[in-house]
Design a protein around this ligand. Structure first.
Ligand code: ATR
Length: 276
């Protein structure tokens, strides 16, 4: 059987094995998909061993997405190179390849919810691995403005600089600052911070939702996250968690490895039912 895994630390909570087994069942494939907990100081060695042992593909999760980018340095897709973070690894012609499917997963999920991003004002909160993966795909939608804010200002401005160096055509629509620069009326506010893990929402002073706006938390839990509760109170017409993005990014990884793009909807519904 072809062997896959999600690599992270911790990784016990990961839903990826369920999602990929569901995709496999849907497309009539048989595969093994495990959870691989890598020591914090030996990500690269664990990856090397997995592939030497005949593994076919790895999904990378917290906190290794930036290290995965380093490890696959000579085999990065354009998207992954610009993102500075990798969530999908595989071997091709003896070389380790890396891609980032988080951005497509997010865009597919937004589309599924009827969101057209062209001309929209988007506020992206966070500047870590999760945020990095979605900046270029968001800019490519033709949004009017993408403002990235982060608790540590330097990380937000560094992300902006890296992005404008890599894709200078977006200089005009991309800006960055601290959480206190979130002021304004936004059509979409996306939470890419990990604050929901502690059931906290980032403090976004002066950030307002425009009419018909969406509050999107990349995080998900068994109940609405702190960010989703804040967004609802702050007047967002629609709020959602990141479960659709999770299944969406997995679908594109599955396609890279197996050559077939599975249907997200039934797997998302099954996963949602499990969480309740
Ligand atoms: P990930 O890969 O999930 O992005 P990360 O690289 O550790 O993980 O980044 C975590 C992000 O969440 C960062 O943007 C972090 O802000 P800092 O750069 O200032 O650390 C943000 N974050 C975590 N907890 C937060 C909180 N309570 N309030 C605001 N931002 C928070």
């Amino acid at each position: 059987l072809r062997k896959f895994a999600v690599i992270g630390n911790p990784v016990a909570h990961s839903r990826s094995p369920f999602i990929h087994q569901a995709f496999a069942a849907q497309t009539g494939m048989s595969l093994v998909y495990d959870r691989l907990c890598a020591p914090l100081d030996n990500f690269a060695g664990t990856v090397k061993h997995f592939f030497a042992d005949g593994g076919v593909g790895l999904n990378v999760t917290v906190p290794f997405k930036e290290q995965a980018w380093q490890t696959a340095q000579d085999g990065l897709s354009e998207r992954a190179r610009v993102a500075g973070a990798v969530n999908t690894l595989w071997m091709q012609d003896g070389q380790l390849k890396g891609c980032n499917t988080d951005g497509i997963g997010l865009l597919n999920d937004l589309e599924r919810q009827g969101q057209n991003l062209a001309g929209k004002r988007i506020l992206l909160v966070g500047a870590g691995g999760a945020a990095k993966g979605v900046v270029l795909p968001l800019l490519e939608t033709g949004c009017a403005r993408l403002h990235v804010v982060n608790r540590t200002v330097e990380k937000a401005t560094a992300l902006q600089t890296a992005m404008t160096d890599a894709a200078p055509r977006y200089t005009a629509s991309l800006s960055a600052g601290g959480l206190d620069s979130a002021e304004g009326h936004w059509d979409i506010i996306i939470n890419a911070t990990s604050s929901s893990i502690d059931d906290k929402a980032p403090a976004l002073k002066g950030a307002h939702f425009a009419p018909n706006a969406l509050g999107y938390d990349m995080f998900y839990a068994t109940r609405p996250t702190a960010f989703m509760r804040w967004a609802k109170d702050a007047g967002a017409a629609q709020v959602c968690d990141g479960l659709g993005m999770l299944v969406g990014q997995a679908a594109v990884s599955f396609q890279i490895w197996n050559g077939v793009l599975p249907d997200v909807a039934p797997v998302l519904a099954a996963l949602r039912a499990q969480l309740h």
